[in-house]
Design a protein around this ligand. Structure first.
Ligand code: PLP
Length: 418
């Protein structure tokens, strides 16, 4: 059972001020989760979460997370500029990008960000772009092959194909990059890797940590460089389905600590800081897409048409992702109707749910689409001339603030030449 973080009564008051559809975020949930993450890694004095800005690039969110001690993980000019305007600069920024234009390396360097290199050729490219090699620099590792976790959960197996992923350097390239960076003056080195997405396993980070800690010890022995941080990046998942079990961040932090004690400390590397770059885990459960049923249609299937569409939440259309739906006011009603819940795009994949058992829905009902806080509004687009929705913040005192207005037709027309 998934319960919305906002009540039906609160929603009625909110929609009298802000028309549907919109995304709404839960400040209390965001802060509590960020604190639990910090506590889980408190054993590591240099620990830092760099929130993956691409998941929810909205200043109010970045500021809340910054207050909770998080930096920003940026991957583009816009994300760097947003971070800067939020007052988040210097080593509070990790710049993890790929196929990077020279101007973005220049901007990252001007802001004092920690730069993460995705490829061996970027050693020379970066030096040419910014006229030097930074003293502190990171390289992204890709071990290749197939990554699997021993531990599996009912109906869910962690498996990913790093060998098919465009990111990162091979083992041999990592050694070469470190050697060349050191020769050009780098003093502090980091290792970054991202092997699997949306993992529902307390073992993902510990397993990744073992691989990276081992690599760090080897690279230190081979190249003699001083490795000062290891970035486990993103990938810790959330239970989108009500029958899935969520990760326990305290168990995850403890698992990483054990690997640290077993591998890094004996290698004389007990000063290494752990960084993370979580997006989904930080925000997804703390966002809802609120939409209204505006039509019902009975043809070969039963359809409920809503005023949101894939432009507001692309994940179901793009990945077939499950997002739980609560019908407001019918939380305890039996789920005895089978519906496709659909948006209005001229695309038959514009379906928030397919063959979903829900309570009987009437036109006018409000629907809460769960877990839209990360990669939700952020992946929005304008197909069919759809305008991107507003984002609201449910604050800790239960008041509501608009943190991004809805697009208007003037915004949509602004780039047109008539
Ligand atoms: C997308 C991304 C993240 C965040 O991933 P989540 O699955 O949302 O945790 C972190 N680091 C990098 C480099 C990314 O591209």
């Amino acid at each position: 059972m998934k319960t919305p973080f906002v009540t039906g009564k609160e929603l009625e008051a909110i929609i009298s001020r802000y028309p549907t559809p919109f995304h709404i975020y839960d400040e209390k949930g965001i802060r509590e989760n960020a604190r639990a993450l910090r506590a889980a890694f408190a054993w590591n004095p240099g620990y830092r979460e760099y929130f993956a800005v691409k998941a929810t690039p909205t200043p109010a969110i970045l500021k809340i997370l910054h207050e909770e001690g998080c930096g920003c993980d940026c991957s583009s000019e816009a994300e760097l500029r947003m971070s800067e305007r939020c007052g988040i600069v210097g080593e509070d920024i990790m710049f993890s990008s790929n196929e990077t234009p020279a101007e973005e390396f220049q901007l990252a360097d001007q802001l004092g960000a920690i730069i993460n290199l995705d490829d061996l050729t970027h050693v020379d490219y970066l030096e040419k772009a910014i006229g030097k090699i930074p003293e502190k620099v990171c390289c992204r590792y890709n071990p290749g092959g197939v990554f699997t976790l021993g531990e599996t959960r009912e109906g869910f197996q962690v498996m990913d194909n790093p060998g098919d992923a465009k990111y990162g350097m091979t083992r041999a390239q990592m050694a070469e990059a470190f050697t060349r960076l050191a020769a050009k003056g780098a003093k502090e080195f980091g290792i970054h890797s991202f092997l699997a997405s949306n993992t529902l396993s307390n073992d993902y980070y510990p397993s990744l940590a073992r691989i990276l800690f081992q690599l760090a010890a080897e690279l230190k022995a081979e190249t003699g460089v001083h490795i000062t941080f290891i970035n486990l990046s993103g990938g810790v998942g959330i239970p989108y389905r009500p029958d899935q079990k969520g990760n326990d961040i305290a168990v995850i932090g403890e698992g990483v600590r054990r690997a640290y004690e077993e591998i890094l400390v004996p290698a004389g590397m007990g000063d290494v800081a752990i960084y993370t770059e979580l997006g989904r885990f930080m925000l997804a459960p703390y966002g809802h897409l609120i939409t209204r049923a505006i039509h019902e249609k009975h043809t070969y299937k039963e359809y409920i048409g809503v005023d949101a569409c894939a432009c507001n939440l692309m994940r179901p259309a793009m990945y077939g992702s499950y997002h739980h739906i609560t019908v407001v006011g019918k939380e305890t009603a039996p789920c005895d109707c089978k519906y496709d819940v659909v948006g209005s795009l001229c695309e038959n994949n514009d379906k928030f749910a397919i063959d979903r058992m829900l309570p009987k829905i009437d036109t006018g009902d409000l629907l809460v689409i769960h877990d839209t806080g990360a990669h939700g509004h952020a992946m929005g687009y304008n197909y069919n001339g759809k305008l991107r929705s507003a984002e609201l913040m449910l604050k800790e005192d239960r008041s509501v603030e608009m943190i991004r207005r809805a697009e208007t037709l003037d915004d949509y027309f602004a780039t047109l030449v008539w």
